[in-house]
Design a protein around this ligand. Sequence first.
Ligand code: HEC
Length: 160
Amino acid sequence: MRAARRVKAHAWLLALAVFGAWPVAASASETIGLCVNDATRDTLHSEMRQLLGALHGIHLALAERDFEALTARAEAVGSAMTGQVEGKGHAHQHAHPSGLPHDFVKLGRATHAAFDDLADLSREGGRPRELLPALAKVTAGCVGCHEQYRLVPAANCAAD
Ligand code: HEC
């Protein structure tokens, strides 16, 4: 399962970049494969790239102690973003009404909410001692979901 390995690699790289440590990663066979339609796949991937871009922007803003920029970056990918993927999903097991598994949706919402919390803290004036743990909550959401889920390649979904 090449896709599953790719997700794992992303999660590891992220964790490495953010925590400076290797987490215990689930093996590929432990991840839950999701079948989604092309629109959802595209939306998910583009949302993910936005999240990664936001994380990068947040790190830059932190380095420059630019809390206004940090707030704006975190806000943009907070709860207001929820629903982009949720509205379109199609997966087989334990489905949420949107078609995506309930736990997947919950993890997504928790990650967006963690960005909200980070934006709130930053708006209050940026205390690095609080900002860094709040940022780590965000990245825990990224890593947690990537360890649990992967997309099944479209060609392998057709039969179901
Ligand atoms: C609720 C689950 C979930 C959360 C939370 C999550 N991701 Fe993802 N992410 C996925 C899935 C599923 C994929 C698709 C993997 C695949 O193609 O098999 C993915 C793929 C990606 C990709 C690759 C995109 C591409 O174009 O191939 C990046 C980058 C990424 N995520 C970054 C992040 C970052 C950064 C966060 C946290 C801020 C995050 N993700 C949080 C589920 C999640």
